[in-house]
Write a protein that binds this ligand. Structure first.
Ligand code: ATR
Length: 274
Protein backbone atom coordinates (compact mmCIF):
# COMPACT_ATOMS: atom_id res chain seq x y z
CA UNK A 1 0.00 0.00 0.00
CA UNK A 2 1.19 3.53 -0.78
CA UNK A 3 1.50 5.76 2.28
CA UNK A 4 1.08 9.53 2.44
CA UNK A 5 0.74 11.98 5.31
CA UNK A 6 0.38 15.64 6.17
CA UNK A 7 2.72 16.87 8.86
CA UNK A 8 2.05 19.96 10.95
CA UNK A 9 1.38 21.19 14.46
CA UNK A 10 -1.46 21.30 15.36
CA UNK A 11 -2.80 18.90 12.74
CA UNK A 12 -5.88 17.22 14.25
CA UNK A 13 -8.36 19.51 12.41
CA UNK A 14 -6.74 19.03 8.98
CA UNK A 15 -9.17 18.13 6.20
CA UNK A 16 -6.36 16.82 3.95
CA UNK A 17 -6.73 13.14 5.02
CA UNK A 18 -10.48 13.11 4.22
CA UNK A 19 -9.93 14.87 0.90
CA UNK A 20 -7.09 12.63 -0.31
CA UNK A 21 -8.52 9.37 0.98
CA UNK A 22 -11.83 10.11 -0.78
CA UNK A 23 -9.92 10.60 -4.04
CA UNK A 24 -7.82 7.45 -3.52
CA UNK A 25 -10.95 5.39 -2.80
CA UNK A 26 -12.78 6.79 -5.84
CA UNK A 27 -10.12 5.26 -8.10
CA UNK A 28 -9.68 2.14 -5.95
CA UNK A 29 -6.05 3.02 -5.36
CA UNK A 30 -4.27 1.01 -2.66
CA UNK A 31 -3.17 4.11 -0.79
CA UNK A 32 -3.73 5.77 2.55
CA UNK A 33 -3.23 9.34 3.79
CA UNK A 34 -2.93 10.24 7.47
CA UNK A 35 -2.28 13.30 9.63
CA UNK A 36 0.89 13.23 11.73
CA UNK A 37 1.57 15.79 14.43
CA UNK A 38 5.30 16.49 14.60
CA UNK A 39 6.82 18.12 17.67
CA UNK A 40 8.06 21.69 17.22
CA UNK A 41 10.96 21.09 19.61
CA UNK A 42 12.03 17.70 18.20
CA UNK A 43 11.20 18.50 14.56
CA UNK A 44 14.59 17.57 13.06
CA UNK A 45 14.77 14.14 14.67
CA UNK A 46 11.12 13.31 13.99
CA UNK A 47 11.17 14.41 10.35
CA UNK A 48 14.40 12.49 9.71
CA UNK A 49 12.69 9.38 11.10
CA UNK A 50 9.60 9.88 8.89
CA UNK A 51 11.70 10.47 5.74
CA UNK A 52 13.69 7.30 6.45
CA UNK A 53 10.45 5.29 6.68
CA UNK A 54 8.26 3.80 3.95
CA UNK A 55 6.19 6.86 2.99
CA UNK A 56 5.63 7.76 -0.68
CA UNK A 57 4.96 11.44 -0.10
CA UNK A 58 4.01 14.16 2.34
CA UNK A 59 2.19 17.41 2.60
CA UNK A 60 3.73 19.93 4.96
CA UNK A 61 1.80 22.63 6.73
CA UNK A 62 2.21 25.28 9.43
CA UNK A 63 4.73 25.71 11.07
CA UNK A 64 7.12 23.45 9.13
CA UNK A 65 7.02 24.64 5.49
CA UNK A 66 10.44 26.29 5.81
CA UNK A 67 12.01 23.96 8.39
CA UNK A 68 11.57 20.88 6.15
CA UNK A 69 13.88 22.30 3.46
CA UNK A 70 17.30 21.22 4.86
CA UNK A 71 15.97 17.64 5.07
CA UNK A 72 15.20 17.40 1.33
CA UNK A 73 17.47 16.40 -1.57
CA UNK A 74 16.10 18.83 -4.17
CA UNK A 75 13.64 21.70 -4.51
CA UNK A 76 11.41 22.64 -7.44
CA UNK A 77 12.04 26.12 -8.88
CA UNK A 78 8.78 27.44 -7.39
CA UNK A 79 9.53 26.00 -3.92
CA UNK A 80 12.93 27.66 -4.14
CA UNK A 81 11.37 31.04 -4.98
CA UNK A 82 8.86 30.68 -2.12
CA UNK A 83 11.43 29.43 0.35
CA UNK A 84 8.67 27.08 1.48
CA UNK A 85 7.55 23.53 0.71
CA UNK A 86 4.03 22.11 1.02
CA UNK A 87 4.51 18.88 -0.99
CA UNK A 88 7.27 16.28 -0.73
CA UNK A 89 7.66 13.65 -3.44
CA UNK A 90 9.83 10.52 -3.44
CA UNK A 91 11.56 10.11 -6.80
CA UNK A 92 14.34 7.58 -7.44
CA UNK A 93 14.94 7.28 -3.71
CA UNK A 94 15.36 11.04 -3.31
CA UNK A 95 13.05 13.53 -1.60
CA UNK A 96 11.94 16.43 -3.80
CA UNK A 97 10.27 19.49 -2.25
CA UNK A 98 7.61 21.33 -4.23
CA UNK A 99 5.10 24.05 -3.47
CA UNK A 100 1.60 23.73 -4.96
CA UNK A 101 0.05 26.63 -3.01
CA UNK A 102 0.58 29.22 -5.75
CA UNK A 103 -0.61 27.06 -8.65
CA UNK A 104 -3.43 25.72 -6.43
CA UNK A 105 -4.59 29.27 -5.75
CA UNK A 106 -4.55 30.06 -9.48
CA UNK A 107 -6.56 26.89 -10.27
CA UNK A 108 -9.20 28.05 -7.80
CA UNK A 109 -9.20 31.64 -9.01
CA UNK A 110 -9.67 30.48 -12.62
CA UNK A 111 -13.13 29.20 -11.65
CA UNK A 112 -14.25 32.84 -11.45
CA UNK A 113 -11.52 34.92 -13.14
CA UNK A 114 -8.71 34.68 -15.66
CA UNK A 115 -5.96 37.15 -14.72
CA UNK A 116 -4.96 39.46 -17.58
CA UNK A 117 -2.40 42.23 -18.08
CA UNK A 118 -5.24 44.72 -17.39
CA UNK A 119 -5.83 43.53 -13.83
CA UNK A 120 -4.92 45.56 -10.77
CA UNK A 121 -4.44 43.19 -7.86
CA UNK A 122 -4.37 43.83 -4.10
CA UNK A 123 -3.10 41.18 -1.69
CA UNK A 124 -3.87 41.77 2.00
CA UNK A 125 -1.33 40.14 4.33
CA UNK A 126 2.37 39.31 4.07
CA UNK A 127 2.58 36.03 6.01
CA UNK A 128 3.50 32.56 4.81
CA UNK A 129 0.25 32.07 2.90
CA UNK A 130 0.67 35.32 1.01
CA UNK A 131 4.08 34.61 -0.55
CA UNK A 132 3.12 31.72 -2.86
CA UNK A 133 -0.02 33.58 -3.98
CA UNK A 134 1.98 36.73 -4.65
CA UNK A 135 4.58 34.88 -6.76
CA UNK A 136 1.94 33.02 -8.78
CA UNK A 137 0.06 36.27 -9.46
CA UNK A 138 3.30 38.07 -10.36
CA UNK A 139 3.89 35.39 -13.02
CA UNK A 140 0.55 36.39 -14.61
CA UNK A 141 1.99 39.92 -15.21
CA UNK A 142 -0.95 42.07 -14.08
CA UNK A 143 -0.87 45.83 -14.64
CA UNK A 144 -0.52 46.50 -10.89
CA UNK A 145 0.28 44.23 -7.94
CA UNK A 146 0.21 45.62 -4.41
CA UNK A 147 0.72 43.88 -1.08
CA UNK A 148 -0.65 45.61 2.01
CA UNK A 149 0.10 44.59 5.54
CA UNK A 150 -0.32 45.86 9.11
CA UNK A 151 3.48 45.69 9.30
CA UNK A 152 4.34 47.42 6.01
CA UNK A 153 8.03 46.42 6.21
CA UNK A 154 7.06 42.75 5.81
CA UNK A 155 5.17 43.55 2.60
CA UNK A 156 8.09 45.69 1.39
CA UNK A 157 10.50 42.80 1.98
CA UNK A 158 8.31 40.50 -0.12
CA UNK A 159 7.65 42.61 -3.23
CA UNK A 160 9.88 42.71 -6.30
CA UNK A 161 10.78 46.05 -7.81
CA UNK A 162 7.87 46.41 -10.22
CA UNK A 163 5.32 45.87 -7.42
CA UNK A 164 4.28 47.95 -4.41
CA UNK A 165 3.96 47.63 -0.63
CA UNK A 166 1.31 49.82 1.02
CA UNK A 167 -0.29 50.38 4.41
CA UNK A 168 -3.78 49.07 5.18
CA UNK A 169 -5.06 52.68 5.29
CA UNK A 170 -3.80 53.40 1.75
CA UNK A 171 -5.51 50.24 0.48
CA UNK A 172 -8.82 51.38 2.02
CA UNK A 173 -8.51 54.75 0.29
CA UNK A 174 -7.70 53.39 -3.20
CA UNK A 175 -9.80 50.20 -3.01
CA UNK A 176 -11.94 51.18 -6.02
CA UNK A 177 -8.87 50.97 -8.31
CA UNK A 178 -8.48 47.20 -7.91
CA UNK A 179 -10.09 44.47 -10.03
CA UNK A 180 -9.00 41.57 -7.77
CA UNK A 181 -8.57 41.62 -3.96
CA UNK A 182 -7.19 38.67 -2.00
CA UNK A 183 -7.42 38.39 1.80
CA UNK A 184 -4.62 36.17 3.20
CA UNK A 185 -4.44 37.21 6.87
CA UNK A 186 -5.78 35.21 9.78
CA UNK A 187 -8.51 37.82 10.43
CA UNK A 188 -11.90 36.18 10.00
CA UNK A 189 -10.94 32.87 11.60
CA UNK A 190 -13.08 31.92 14.64
CA UNK A 191 -10.80 33.93 17.00
CA UNK A 192 -11.64 37.16 15.13
CA UNK A 193 -14.75 36.15 13.24
CA UNK A 194 -16.47 39.56 13.17
CA UNK A 195 -13.38 41.49 12.12
CA UNK A 196 -12.04 42.52 8.71
CA UNK A 197 -8.43 43.56 7.98
CA UNK A 198 -9.56 46.69 6.08
CA UNK A 199 -12.79 48.72 5.69
CA UNK A 200 -14.59 47.96 2.42
CA UNK A 201 -16.33 51.34 2.09
CA UNK A 202 -14.80 52.08 -1.33
CA UNK A 203 -15.24 48.57 -2.82
CA UNK A 204 -16.83 48.62 -6.29
CA UNK A 205 -19.53 46.17 -7.42
CA UNK A 206 -18.12 43.50 -9.73
CA UNK A 207 -14.68 43.38 -8.09
CA UNK A 208 -13.35 39.83 -7.61
CA UNK A 209 -12.79 39.27 -3.86
CA UNK A 210 -11.15 36.10 -2.53
CA UNK A 211 -10.60 35.14 1.11
CA UNK A 212 -8.30 32.14 1.54
CA UNK A 213 -10.11 31.15 4.76
CA UNK A 214 -12.67 28.36 4.16
CA UNK A 215 -13.89 27.71 7.68
CA UNK A 216 -16.03 29.74 8.29
CA UNK A 217 -17.22 29.49 4.67
CA UNK A 218 -17.99 33.22 4.64
CA UNK A 219 -15.78 35.49 6.71
CA UNK A 220 -17.04 38.95 7.73
CA UNK A 221 -14.80 40.25 4.90
CA UNK A 222 -16.55 38.10 2.25
CA UNK A 223 -20.01 38.88 3.68
CA UNK A 224 -19.39 42.62 3.41
CA UNK A 225 -17.89 42.25 -0.07
CA UNK A 226 -20.95 40.28 -1.21
CA UNK A 227 -23.27 43.00 0.14
CA UNK A 228 -21.38 45.50 -2.02
CA UNK A 229 -21.87 43.40 -5.16
CA UNK A 230 -18.42 41.79 -5.37
CA UNK A 231 -17.86 38.38 -7.01
CA UNK A 232 -16.66 36.35 -4.03
CA UNK A 233 -14.76 33.10 -3.48
CA UNK A 234 -13.63 31.48 -0.23
CA UNK A 235 -10.51 29.39 0.40
CA UNK A 236 -11.96 26.02 -0.54
CA UNK A 237 -11.01 26.16 -4.25
CA UNK A 238 -7.40 26.97 -3.28
CA UNK A 239 -7.36 24.17 -0.71
CA UNK A 240 -8.67 21.71 -3.29
CA UNK A 241 -6.27 23.10 -5.93
CA UNK A 242 -3.13 22.70 -3.81
CA UNK A 243 -4.23 19.22 -2.72
CA UNK A 244 -5.08 18.11 -6.25
CA UNK A 245 -1.72 19.27 -7.57
CA UNK A 246 0.09 17.44 -4.74
CA UNK A 247 -1.88 14.30 -5.67
CA UNK A 248 -0.87 14.79 -9.27
CA UNK A 249 2.83 15.11 -8.30
CA UNK A 250 2.62 11.80 -6.39
CA UNK A 251 0.51 9.71 -8.76
CA UNK A 252 1.16 11.24 -12.19
CA UNK A 253 -2.48 12.18 -12.72
CA UNK A 254 -5.08 14.62 -11.37
CA UNK A 255 -7.61 13.29 -8.84
CA UNK A 256 -11.37 13.49 -9.23
CA UNK A 257 -11.95 17.09 -8.09
CA UNK A 258 -15.70 16.62 -7.62
CA UNK A 259 -15.08 13.74 -5.19
CA UNK A 260 -12.68 15.92 -3.20
CA UNK A 261 -15.08 18.88 -3.15
CA UNK A 262 -18.08 16.75 -2.13
CA UNK A 263 -16.13 15.19 0.74
CA UNK A 264 -14.93 18.58 2.01
CA UNK A 265 -18.42 20.08 1.89
CA UNK A 266 -19.69 17.09 3.87
CA UNK A 267 -16.94 17.58 6.47
CA UNK A 268 -17.65 21.32 6.66
CA UNK A 269 -21.36 20.72 7.19
CA UNK A 270 -22.54 21.56 3.70
CA UNK A 271 -21.70 25.27 3.95
CA UNK A 272 -19.98 26.81 0.95
CA UNK A 273 -19.66 29.99 -1.02
CA UNK A 274 -18.07 28.39 -4.07
P1 ATR B 1 0.27 32.69 7.55
O1 ATR B 1 1.57 31.95 7.46
O2 ATR B 1 -0.92 31.78 7.76
O3 ATR B 1 0.03 33.66 6.46
P2 ATR B 1 1.39 34.54 9.44
O4 ATR B 1 2.70 34.35 8.80
O5 ATR B 1 1.31 34.55 10.92
O6 ATR B 1 0.34 33.47 8.94
O7 ATR B 1 0.77 35.88 8.87
C1 ATR B 1 -0.39 36.38 9.36
C2 ATR B 1 -0.82 37.60 8.55
O8 ATR B 1 -1.99 38.13 9.16
C3 ATR B 1 0.22 38.73 8.55
O9 ATR B 1 0.11 39.44 7.34
C4 ATR B 1 -0.25 39.57 9.74
O10 ATR B 1 0.16 40.92 9.71
P3 ATR B 1 1.57 41.33 10.41
O11 ATR B 1 2.64 40.92 9.44
O12 ATR B 1 1.50 42.81 10.56
O13 ATR B 1 1.64 40.60 11.71
C5 ATR B 1 -1.75 39.49 9.54
N1 ATR B 1 -2.49 39.80 10.78
C6 ATR B 1 -2.67 38.97 11.83
N2 ATR B 1 -3.43 39.57 12.77
C7 ATR B 1 -3.71 40.83 12.30
C8 ATR B 1 -4.46 41.95 12.79
N3 ATR B 1 -5.10 41.90 13.99
N4 ATR B 1 -4.56 43.05 12.02
C9 ATR B 1 -3.94 43.11 10.81
N5 ATR B 1 -3.22 42.09 10.28
C10 ATR B 1 -3.10 40.96 11.01
Amino acid sequence: MEKYAVIGNPINHSLSPSMHNAAFRSEERDANYEAIQVSVEAFDAEIAHLLAGDFNGFNVTVPFKERIIPHLDELSPFAKRCGAVNTVIKADGKWLGDNTDGAGFMEGLHEIKVVTSEDRILIIGAGGASKAIYLALADASPQQLVIVNRTVEKAAAMVQKTHEAWSLAKAEKYLADFTIIIQTTSIGLPASKNETPIQLTNLQAGTVVVDIIYNPAETAFLKQAKTKGAVIQNGLPMFIGQGALAYQRWTGHMPNLEVMKKKLLEELGGQSSL
